[in-house]
Design a protein around this ligand. Structure first.
Ligand code: 13P
Length: 252
């Protein structure tokens, strides 16, 4: 069975007090509500150690939003896979479209980061997805195929099973415009086929593929009910327990 996951990407939001408060709320919620999916958060990395201290029994996964493609050294402002390993973080988002858009990240960078993460026992959440122009011109299947191949195809079958993929069409992020469940399913199935062609169907069937882009309490159930959608990577709606918990409950 593939892992079912609801992950919250907090992006660059919240003071330390507000972050701590939401972590406590989530922990309380998780203790009192058995969930049908794993619950992960990716707070700003400044707050990751706090998350790890709070989530003592690992009830909630704690992920970085990005990590360096280098092992260590003179890379001001970066955090390494080794550092994440040393605080027992669970993994890192890699290749989020905002990293691509504002920091020039490419799939080759993603490939190096994913390798480093796996070498340190971290779970990479590899994000991909097409822009609005690419969708409008009918290139979305090709774009996602290329992204997937460049970022992932140097991995072994054992490694690929440890990767979580998040399909996040750029035009649906923070816009309130969601891919329809059918549009999302179509690309998720496409990604799984690409993996199956390279690694075989059994391996491809083990890889969790999350959907991200304006997932909200009122559309989560329909999106998650699609056969190749194994959960969500949630932005705005992950910032309040009220919304995030309803999305988690879409799996119940
Ligand atoms: P929104 O849910 O705010 O559209 O953000 C999605 C996202 O980028 C998650 O990584």
């Amino acid at each position: 069975m593939r892992r079912k996951i609801v992950a919250g990407n907090w992006k660059m939001n919240k003071s330390v007090i507000d972050a701590q408060q939401l972590m406590y709320q989530l922990l309380e919620y998780k203790k009192n509500n058995p969930t049908q999916c794993e619950v992960w958060i990716a707070p700003p990395s400044l707050y990751l150690m706090m998350a790890k201290d709070l989530f003592e029994k690992n009830e909630i996964g704690a992920f970085a939003q990005d990590m360096s493609e280098h092992e260590s050294g003179a890379y001001t402002g970066e955090i390494s896979a080794e550092m994440l390993e040393s605080i027992e973080a669970d993994g890192s988002l890699i290749g989020h479209s905002e990293r691509r858009q504002y920091h020039g990240e490419t799939d080759s960078h993603c490939n190096r980061k994913i390798k480093l993460a796996l070498d340190k026992g971290l779970t990479p959440i590899y994000c991909n997805g097409e822009t609005l122009e690419q969708r409008k011109s009918g290139q979305h299947f090709e774009v996602v195929k290329n992204q997937t191949e460049v970022a992932l195809f140097t991995l072994t079958a054992e490694e690929i099973k440890k990767v979580v993929i998040a399909y996040e069409p750029v035009w649906a992020i923070g816009t309130g415009e969601t891919a329809t469940p059918e549009q999302a399913q179509e690309i998720h199935a496409h990604i799984r086929n690409i993996l199956a062609e390279k690694y075989g169907k059994e391996v491809a069937d083990e890889v969790s593929i999350l959907y991200g882009g304006s997932v909200k309490p009122d559309n989560a159930k329909e999106i998650f009910s699609q056969p190749d959608i194994d959960g969500g990577l949630i932005g705005g709606a992950a910032l309040k327990l009220e919304d995030f918990s309803k999305i988690i409950e879409a799996f119940n």
